[in-house]
Write a protein that binds this ligand. Structure first.
Ligand SMILES: *[C@@H]1O[C@H](CO)[C@@H](O)[C@H](O)[C@H]1NC(C)=O
Ligand SMILES: *[C@@H]1O[C@H](CO)[C@@H](O)[C@H](O)[C@H]1NC(C)=O
Length: 340
């Protein structure tokens, strides 16, 4: 089975397209082969703060640099500008896996319930922890985490999909001659034209911090948030629930774009003295409008906040071929998922 997979990999991927339809930037409606970088999509998309170089040598970040190809002739899309302010999210995570799921909650890949695996599945635990600003801890308990996110959305772009969307001529020709019962031929098609198309994406930037809790403190915070939400009241007393008494670890502040300058600003300006050794805390922004204003000015459009990939079904007018295609993509996703 594995050898067979390898054989398929060696066929050149996405190379039979027309000149000019190949791209590495973010294009709505374009197709990508999710298996080309499965487990490591974070390497080709700017979604986590993953480069550790210190100092001022600015590393050019790119939102997206995965190979993609134009397969539809007439894609139209709708663009919505984001909110000019900062949005705060407090995400309660029961376990480390849940933390990963919550972090990637705005990323969807049709065919999998665990999209974070496509982004980070191949990373070692230690590396993932660092990305989340956490120290590796030997204590292997798995409770509980709170992810605080302050995000600024620049724009949302969504493709208009109608049933008549026309595929490019050469793709149509290829589909006409495709034998959908031959799974090897279908997988070859997947390598050449992709498995999914970019249905929507959200860009902007966000700053985040992970807090590791002791169970009783976590339960208290959970109850507090629930009551606030029911009464639609504000989070006046939030800081109390983030005191060191409830916590096992306070993570470093990270930024999705990986911008070290902003991370440094956060480290120096968001110190909170309620911790035994005064530590940076994102909650400071919640209580201080001047800091919120400054952060809002710094958050640019350098990260991907959300992405929705859908299976390339609409390429296939023929129902049998369409269903076969979906079935094989979905099956392969399951296989990759258990191996990541
Ligand atoms: C694409 O073109 C087809 C055929 O010309 C048309 O029927 C369809 O409505 C168009 N779709 C979009 C999204 O413009
Ligand atoms: C399509 O593929 C199937 C399975 O490999 C094969 O049995 C069948 O003969 C093929 N059909 C054509 C028209 O080549």
């Amino acid at each position: 089975m594995f050898l067979w997979f390898l054989a398929v990999f060696f066929c050149c991927g996405l190379c039979e397209s027309e000149e000019g339809d190949l791209s590495y930037s973010l294009n709505i409606g374009n197709a990508i082969d999710v298996f080309a970088n499965y487990g490591d999509l974070s390497q080709v998309t700017q979604v986590v703060s993953a480069n550790y170089e210190e100092g001022d040598n600015v590393v050019e970040t790119e939102l997206f640099h995965e190979k993609n190809i134009r397969v539809f002739e007439n894609v139209t899309s709708k663009e919505t500008p984001g909110d000019p302010g900062i949005d705060m999210n407090i995400l309660l995570c029961e376990s480390f896996e849940d933390l990963l799921a919550k972090y990637f909650q705005n990323f969807k890949i049709e065919g999998t319930e665990i999209p974070w695996k496509a982004f980070l599945g191949d990373w070692i635990q230690d590396e993932i922890m660092r990305t989340f600003g956490m120290e590796f801890d030997l204590e292997r308990d798995n409770c509980c985490y709170v992810l605080v996110k302050l995000s600024k959305t620049h724009k949302t772009v969504k493709m208009n999909v109608d049933n008549n969307i026309r595929s490019k001529e050469y793709v149509r020709r290829e589909i006409n001659s495709l034998n959908a019962s031959d799974s090897t031929a279908v997988r070859r098609f997947m390598k050449s034209y992709g498995t999914h198309y970019i249905d929507s994406f959200v860009t902007g930037n966000f700053i985040y911090q992970v807090f590791k809790y002791k169970r009783p403190g976590y339960n208290l915070l959970k109850a507090y948030i629930k009551v606030r939400e029911q009464r639609k009241s504000n989070f006046g007393n939030l800081r109390f629930y983030f005191s060191s008494y409830f916590l096992k670890q306070v993570g470093e502040i990270r930024i999705a774009s990986g911008n070290k300058r902003i991370e440094r600003w956060a480290r120096n300006n968001l110190l909170d003295s309620q911790y035994l050794y005064s530590r940076p805390s994102l909650l400071r922004v919640h209580y201080n409008p001047i800091l919120a204003y400054k952060l809002n000015e710094m958050l640019d459009n350098e990260a991907l906040l959300g992405l929705n990939l859908k299976i390339l079904g609409p390429l296939f007018k023929d129902r049998y071929k369409r269903e076969k295609y979906r079935e094989i993509v979905e099956n392969d996703m399951k296989l990759w998922e258990v191996n990541a």
